[in-house]
Design a protein around this ligand. Structure first.
Ligand code: SAH
Ligand code: SF4
Length: 363
C-alpha cells in the first residue's frame, strides 16, 4: 500500500512521487485535493481572480492537428472582432471590476496583425487609464514584437507548450517550421526576456499521451519556473485530423479527473503561481471550474466576447456558454466561485505572487 499521507507531507516531490499522485484513485485523490486546497489558502489566498476573455479572431495561420480553428478547417465562419467591440467588452470588464482581460486569438504573425494588437493595447490602456491588467494569448511572435507589446502595457502572456515531450509534440502538429517544438520553447524564453509574467500549460488526454508524459510536464513547468499555468482536458473536434484517434482516448471523465490531479500536484509543487480553471474543464464537467478551484486553481476567465462571435471560436466541441452574453456569465460565475469556498478578488489584478517573488529574488 502506498502511504499517500507521507508523500503529501514532503517538502519536495520526486518523479516517482509525482507519478504516484497522478495515478491516485478517485477515492484516494480526495486527500490530494484537500492538501492542494490548503497550500492554495496558505500561499495565494482563497481568492479567485477574474480575467475577462476576448476571443479576438479565429483566423489562424497554423494547423495544429487537434484544434477546431486550424487553418485547413474550412467548415467554419471566420471572424475578427472590431476594435470598437473589443473596447466595449473591455469596458464591460473594467466597469464590473474584473481588473484584467485576456486577449486570445488564432496565431497570425503578419505585421498587419501585430500592429493592430499594439494599437489595441494602447487603446485599452488609454480607455482604462492603465487600470486594467492585460494578458495576451496570441501564439508565437518575435522577441521584438513581444517587447513592443510588453512596453505598451500588456503584463502577462499565455503560451502553452501543449506537451513537453518532443516526440509527442511532433505527433500533435504538422512537422514543419511553423510547428516546431524548439521554436515554441524559444518563444517561452523570449516572453520571459521581454518581462512578461509567463504562463504555459498542456493538454491532458491527447492521443498517444501516457502518464509518464504528464510527469514530465509537471517537471518541465517546475524547471522552467513558470509564473502561471493553464491546463485542460483535450476535447476532440470532428473537423480535425486527430479525430480519427477518438476511439483510443480515455473517457472524457477520466481526462477531466487527470486534469484535476495535475492542477493539484502543480499547486503543491509550485505553491505561489496562478493556475487557471480553464473553460475546457467546464466543457467536460458541469461543475468543472468549481472542482478545479477546489483542487488548487485560482483564476477564472469568464467569456466577454460579444455573443455573436462566440459560436465560431470553437477550438473543441461542446464549448459552454456560447449562447450567453457577458452579463449572464457574470451572475453565474460569482455563484460558482462561492460554491467552491473562495471569494472573488474584485478590482484586484491578482498578479502571480510567484512572479513578484521571482523579481524580488532576482534583485
Ligand atoms: N493560438 C494561440 C491561442 C489560442 S489556442 C495558441 O495556440 O497559443 C489556445 C489553446 O487552446 C491551445 O494552447 C490549446 O492548448 C487549446 N486547444 C486547442 N484545441 C483544443 C482541443 N481540441 N481540446 C482542448 N484544448 C484545445
Ligand atoms: Fe491556431 Fe492556436 Fe489552434 Fe494551433 S491551437 S491551430 S495556433 S488557434
Amino acid at each position: 500500500m502506498i502511504n499517500y499521507n507521507e508523500i503529501l507531507e514532503k517538502d519536495e516531490l520526486g518523479r516517482d512521487e509525482i507519478r504516484e499522485l497522478l495515478a491516485m484513485s478517485f477515492e484516494d485523490a480526495k486527500q490530494l485535493f484537500k492538501k492542494a486546497n490548503e497550500v492554495k489558502e496558505k500561499y495565494v489566498d482563497k481568492k479567485t481572480y477574474f480575467r475577462g476573455l476576448v476571443e479576438l479572431s479565429n483566423y489562424c495561420a497554423k494547423n495544429c492537428l487537434y484544434c477546431g480553428i486550424r487553418k485547413d478547417n474550412h467548415d467554419l465562419v471566420r471572424y475578427i472582432v472590431s476594435d470598437e467591440d473589443v473596447l466595449k467588452s473591455v469596458r464591460f470588464a473594467w466597469e464590473n471590476n474584473y481588473a484584467s482581460v485576456v486577449i486570445q486569438s488564432g496565431e497570425l504573425q503578419s505585421p498587419a496583425f501585430t500592429k493592430r494588437i499594439s494599437s489595441l493595447i494602447a487603446q485599452i490602456m488609454e480607455m482604462t487609464k492603465g487600470e486594467i491588467g492585460i494578458t495576451l494569448s496570441l501564439g508565437e511572435q518575435t522577441l521584438d514584437v513581444y517587447k513592443e507589446w510588453r512596453e505598451l502595457g500588456a503584463r502577462r502572456y499565455l503560451l502553452r507548450i501543449e506537451t513537453s515531450n518532443r516526440q509527442l509534440y511532433a505527433k500533435l502538429h504538422p512537422n514543419d517550421e511553423l510547428h516546431d517544438y524548439d521554436r515554441r520553447l524559444q518563444a517561452l524564453r523570449d516572453l520571459r526576456e521581454a518581462g512578461f509574467q509567463v504562463g504555459t500549460g498542456v493538454m491532458i488526454g491527447v492521443p498517444f499521451q501516457i502518464l509518464e508524459h504528464l510527469v514530465d510536464d509537471i517537471i518541465f513547468m517546475r524547471d522552467f519556473d513558470i509564473d502561471m499555468c493553464g491546463m485542460g482536458p483535450y476535447i476532440e473536434h470532428r473537423s480535425t485530423p486527430l479525430f480519427k484517434f477518438s476511439g483510443s482516448l480515455l473517457p472524457l471523465e477520466e481526462r477531466f479527473f487527470l486534469t484535476l490531479k495535475m492542477i493539484a500536484v502543480l499547486r503543491i509543487i509550485m505553491k505561489d503561481i496562478n493556475i487557471a480553471a480553464s473553460t475546457a474543464m467546464q466543457a467536460s464537467d458541469k461543475l468543472g471550474r468549481e472542482k478545479a478551484l477546489y483542487a488548487g486553481a485560482n483564476i477564472i476567465m469568464p467569456n466577454i466576447t460579444p455573443g455573436v462571435y462566440r459560436d465560431f471560436y470553437k477550438l473543441y466541441e461542446n464549448k459552454p456558454c456560447t449562447d450567453e452574453q457577458a452579463e449572464d456569465c457574470l451572475n453565474c460565475i460569482e455563484a460558482r466561485v462561492t460554491l467552491a469556498g473562495d471569494s472573488v478578488g474584485w478590482g484586484e489584478h491578482g498578479d502571480s505572487p510567484h512572479f513578484k517573488n521571482r523579481m524580488n529574488s532576482d534583485n
